[in-house]
Design a protein around this ligand. Structure first.
Ligand code: ADP
Ligand code: MG
Length: 299
């Protein structure tokens, strides 16, 4: 999926620590082979080729992740929508390629999560029409991170951090102290805007600085507003914290698309999840659960 995976862990035994690292990287490669649209022989590419013709039997892992994606689409009123790929496939950020207006107008007709028909008994996926494409780039890295932490935990270890792109999951703390997770300044490379102490939690950031090119003062980047078919504009980064990395991954992309007001209102309805958003003016917004208490601490 074109992303770097990193793992930190503590082990009393260097041999088994190294084995756990290796197992996590192999798992990441396995998931990439299933879910990368860059690979013609991945299962997701097969779905994109065939699912409009007839219902297609899909493996359990991919099936479940597509299910989760649809749940998030309902929750976010379509801000998160894996059929964004219908237009997304026409972008190439490395080669500074973007679809022209006619292509966007045409492909907008193929963006709607309701075009995905799933049969839970038959485990099939069927596209309602020709031209629909899906891409799990907004949720699959969270899945890699969850699976990585599971492997490390199963190896008997209890302090680790697994990161894939903008998604991390922390297992335990940093040996007695919280991990300090930095949210980067969206416009200054290498500068941290805010540091947050965290333990035993997942955290995902979506930003417009990961994959992009600038043209005539407009930034074209990888997070697409499904309603317009072009890059979402209102914020520079959205971070979501919570118990599960698959969810924080999808929700950080969602909050990015929804913007400050709508995004934070949606997060306020999810007791286990919090968010920090940096808008297009560089202002920082916190979800209600993170706001400072109004009462000064008593001496
Ligand atoms: P990162 O890849 O930097 O961790 P995100 O988690 O926000 O960032 O994922 C961005 C990816 O999500 C894009 O590269 C694309 O594959 C996918 N995506 C873009 N727009 C949407 C959308 N509206 N709904 C679901 N997925 C999207
Ligand atoms: Mg995401």
């Amino acid at each position: 999926m074109g992303t770097e995976v990193s793992v930190y862990l503590w082990s009393d035994d260097s041999e088994s620590g190294r084995a756990a690292l290796e197992a996590v990287f192999q798992e990441a490669e396995r998931i990439d082979r299933l879910m990368s649209t860059y690979k013609d022989d991945s299962e997701i590419s097969e779905i994109n080729r065939k699912a409009a013709t007839a219902p297609l039997l899909v493996g359990d892992e991919l099936y479940e992740l597509i299910r989760r994606s649809l749940e998030i689409s309902v929750l976010t009123e379509g801000a998160f929508d894996i059929t964004y790929e219908s237009v997304g496939q026409h972008f190439d950020f490395r080669d500074r390629q973007r679809p022209d207006d006619a292509t966007i107008a045409l492909e907008l007709e193929n963006i709607d999560y309701r075009y995905l028909r799933m049969d839970d008994d038959a485990r099939t996926v069927n596209f309602a029409q020709e031209g629909v494409r899906i891409n799990l780039g907004g949720i699959a890295k969270g899945y890699v991170v969850e699976r990585g932490i599971e492997i490390i935990r199963d190896s008997g270890l209890s302090n680790a951090i697994v990161t894939a792109g903008g998604d991390s999951r922390l297992l335990g703390d940093k040996r007695g102290r919280p991990w300090m997770v930095g949210i980067r300044d969206p416009r200054e490379d290498g500068k941290v805007a805010i540091s947050v102490p965290l333990a035993d939690e997942a955290v995902s950031t979506s930003g417009d600085y990961e994959r992009f090119f600038d043209e005539d003062g407009i930034r074209y980047h990888h997070i697409i507003q499904p309603s317009t078919g072009i890059s979402a504009k209102s914020v520079h980064s959205a971070t979501v914290f919570g118990p599960d990395a698959v969810t924080t991954d999808a929700l950080s992309t969602s909050v990015f698309v929804m913007g400050v007001d709508k995004g934070l209102r949606m997060i306020a309805g999810l007791p286990d999840y919090e968010s920090i958003v940096i808008d297009a003016e560089g202002r920082v917004f916190f979800s209600s659960g993170l706001e400072q208490p109004a009462v000064p601490p008593s001496e």
